[in-house]
Ligand binder design. Structure first.
Ligand code: MRU
Length: 359
């Protein structure tokens, strides 16, 4: 029997329930957001993460905030709510695109005319639509991804990075969605998941999703990918993305760029799986993508995960000299020249064709 789709985000009776990804794989706990502040906390502290899931959480955060008003806010207050949520994490473009679409439903003149309940209802409908679309698009892109591989069941070895699964989206996932669909197709799949230092999305989340799904997998440290590509046949690297610039340069989780360089060196196809919502044609190239810098603690400690009270979730585990300076850029940019193709819900597209492709 087919397993139910793993879902990290629930919108039920005006409440936003998020599977707390800081706790996985230890336990499955739900974080309930009641207003935009809670949604901002959830995004910033990575209760929820992954570009599509951030956008959906941000949208419902705005809906929650609007539902807390008993008198209609003025236009500026509405815009301020969106800008505050938008500041929560800078690199992924999905949230900005979602808010631009939401705002376009209420140009200033329309906004002045509608009632509070219309504003609340239309915003909620839009958030639900984005949520539903994300699952549909992920299933469509995964199907397109499957078309890149042999048409009869084969032995496939795939490397992935970070977590791009159901946890990072409304469901199914992008890169991990392609991997899920390859398995459903009947391929004999082995997935090598980079642990993804320093935040360990690969170790904590991807390994967990793959094990839950019954997909054969090995966890590797990020530094092992070169050894792997030089010592056995790897059929593809498939990763997700946070923002694609107009020339195809792609910002994704730190460690993606070296993986792409290794893939090029070893002749392994390097694919990026993403929906159109991750493309940002307003910026010419990757140098204009803001790279989030996160706390040094994530580099110097193993117990950087904290609960709402600020207490460590894991036991003490410092791994570097106290006081050492550390860098922690959370994303890097893979030049378009290293990307074989983008796997999208609308088809497979080459990096130099993305602008024409999406019109
Ligand atoms: O810092 P994170 O965990 O939000 O980073 C996530 C990634 O880099 C993903 O690859 C990207 O958002 C795509 S998720 C479908």
């Amino acid at each position: 029997m087919k397993k139910d789709l793993l879902r990290p985000i629930f919108w039920e009776n005006d409440s936003l329930k998020l599977l707390d990804q800081r706790q996985i794989p230890g336990k499955k706990e739900w974080y309930v957001a009641k207003n935009s502040k809670d949604a901002i906390f959830a995004i910033r502290e990575m209760v929820v993460r992954g570009a599509p899931a951030i956008a959906i959480t941000g949208l419902f955060g705005a809906v929650l905030e609007l539902k807390n008003f008993s008198l209609k806010p003025d236009y500026q207050t509405f815009q301020n709510i969106l800008s505050q949520i938008l500041e929560s994490r800078p690199t992924a473009v999905n949230l900005r695109r979602a808010f631009e679409e939401l705002s376009s439903l209420f140009p200033k003149e329309t906004f002045e005319k509608i009632s509070l309940s219309e504003l609340q209802q239309k915003s909620e409908e839009f958030a639900i639509q984005v949520f539903d679309e994300d699952i549909r698009n992920n299933l469509a892109l995964a199907k397109n991804g499957v078309s890149l591989f042999p048409s009869s069941p084969s032995k496939l070895n795939i490397i992935t990075h970070c977590n791009t699964g159901a946890l990072a989206t409304a469901g199914h996932g992008t890169a991990l969605g392609v991997i899920r669909s390859l398995k459903e197709f009947g391929h004999d799949l082995t997935v090598f998941a980079d642990e993804t230092r320093p935040y360990l999305q690969g170790a904590r989340l991807t390994a967990w999703e793959l094990m839950e799904e019954g997909i054969e997998n090995y966890l590797i440290t990020d530094s092992m990918a070169g050894w792997l590509m030089s010592s056995r046949k790897i059929d593809a690297v498939i990763v997700g993305v946070d923002r694609v610039a107009a020339n195809g340069d792609s910002a994704n989780k730190i460690g993606t760029y070296p993986l792409a360089v290794l893939a090029k060196h070893h002749g392994v196809p390097f694919y990026i799986a993403a929906t159109e919502k991750s493309f940002d044609f307003k910026i010419a190239d990757g140098s204009q993508i803001p790279i989030e810098m996160r706390t040094q603690d994530e580099v110097t400690r193993l117990n950087f995960l904290k609960n709402e009270k600020g207490e460590p979730i894991l036991p003490e585990g410092v791994i570097a000299p106290v006081g050492v300076k550390a860098l922690n850029p959370s994303f890097d940019v893979t030049p378009a020249s290293l990307i074989k193709a983008f796997i999208t819900e609308k088809g497979i597209v080459l990096p130099d064709k993305i602008k024409d492709f999406f019109g």
